[in-house]
Design a protein around this ligand. Structure first.
Ligand code: HEC
Length: 122
């Protein structure tokens, strides 16, 4: 009788740890989604920077901002530069007026993820 009881407790403990494992697995997945540059881009950038014919999700906008589809091949546009422009466009573009600064809105690691993504758009 006792033995069965213990088995039940063990089974329950196993189930709980599986559930806990499942939960942390899910939040790991969420983190991956947040760290996905395309998700970040579609959420924060594509409402201005999406080009005609590009898929940008529900916020897909006009092409009122510069075309970034080959931005990584422009001279001087490297990861460092993109980090600066995303933090605050006026760091590197003195005449920028329309693009908001993302310092405070995006986490540092998200800014870096986006910067690396843009640098790879050749
Ligand atoms: C409200 C519209 C808007 C949003 C949102 C926006 N941008 Fe911009 N972006 C602009 C405009 C407009 C410019 C041109 C400079 C200006 O006038 O502000 C620009 C310039 C840039 C440039 C410089 C291009 C070059 O080589 O001169 C980069 C890179 C850039 N944006 C990346 C991004 C990224 C990454 C995001 C998302 C985190 C983003 N932008 C969100 C409007 C926007």
């Amino acid at each position: 009788m006792f033995d069965r009881c213990w088995l039940g407790i063990l089974a329950l403990a196993g189930l709980l740890s599986m559930l806990a494992g499942c939960g942390s697995g899910k939040s790991g997945g969420d983190r991956a989604a947040i760290g996905d540059p395309k998700v970040l881009y579609n959420t924060h950038c594509s409402k201005c920077h999406a080009q005609a014919g590009e898929s940008g999700g529900p916020k897909l906008g006009s092409s009122k901002a510069p075309d970034l589809t080959h931005i990584g091949s422009k001279p001087g546009r490297d990861v460092e530069w993109f980090v600066k422009v995303i933090r605050d466009p006026n760091n590197v573009l003195p005449n920028a007026k329309l693009m908001p600064k993302f310092e405070g809105t995006l986490k540092d690691e998200e800014i870096h993820t986006l910067a690396e993504y843009l640098a790879g758009l050749k």
